[in-house]
Design a binder for this molecule. Structure first.
Ligand code: ZN
Length: 183
């Protein structure tokens, strides 16, 4: 259907997504397309705004099966966990960040049923990252000021070297990912 992953600089990534009011065939087809794009990337999560759709929806699969969450909200969170977070919209960059370790989310599944999901560590981090996308928040806004400066410079370097190498922007295939550490 011509969807593609939007990358940093695209204004859609800064927009607030709207709540989904009904789950119809069109929405199911959208989630199918999102899974295809996520697996091809490859990634473990993808939020609708990342393909230019301003709807409160994300898909994910950390290896325990594919799932969809619609209109997700945080009920509670606790603890702290450090993880090198990456984003399909900021390819090639991983940033060590502290966020809550455990989270409880409420939302709606693709069958329209209310669900609550408890998540720990990687799944919890994924949920928090995708929720940020639904609120127009990117990783840069979660970094320390020092990390942000370093990450922006590194991302500029990564995208410029890709553009000059091929004339067009491509995915950072074969490029060493850059990790921005917490100091
Ligand atoms: Zn992301």
């Amino acid at each position: 259907m011509g969807y593609e992953i939007r990358t940093y600089g695209d204004p859609v990534l800064k927009s607030q997504s709207l709540a989904i009011e009904n789950i119809d065939d069109k929405l199911v087809r959208l989630t199918d397309a999102m899974f295809d794009i996520m697996y091809e990337a490859p990634g473990i999560g993808l939020a609708a705004p990342q393909i230019g759709v301003q709807k409160q929806l994300f898909v994910y699969d950390i290896g325990d099966g594919a799932d969809v969450l619609i209109n997700p909200v945080v009920v509670e969170s606790s603890g702290e966990w450090v993880y090198e977070e990456g984003c399909l919209s900021i390819p090639g960059l991983y940033v060590e960040m502290v966020r809550p370790k455990e989270i409880l989310l409420k939302g709606i599944n693709i069958d329209g049923e209310e669900v609550s999901v408890e998540a720990d560590e990687l799944l919890s981090r994924l949920f928090q990252h995708e929720l940020d996308h639904l609120n127009g928040v990117l990783m840069f806004e979660r970094m320390t000021p020092d990390q942000r400066t370093e990450a922006l410079a590194e991302y500029r370097r990564l995208t410029e070297s890709l553009e000059s190498a091929s004339g067009v922007r491509e995915k950072s295939k074969g490029q060493e990912p850059k990790v921005i550490k917490l100091k």
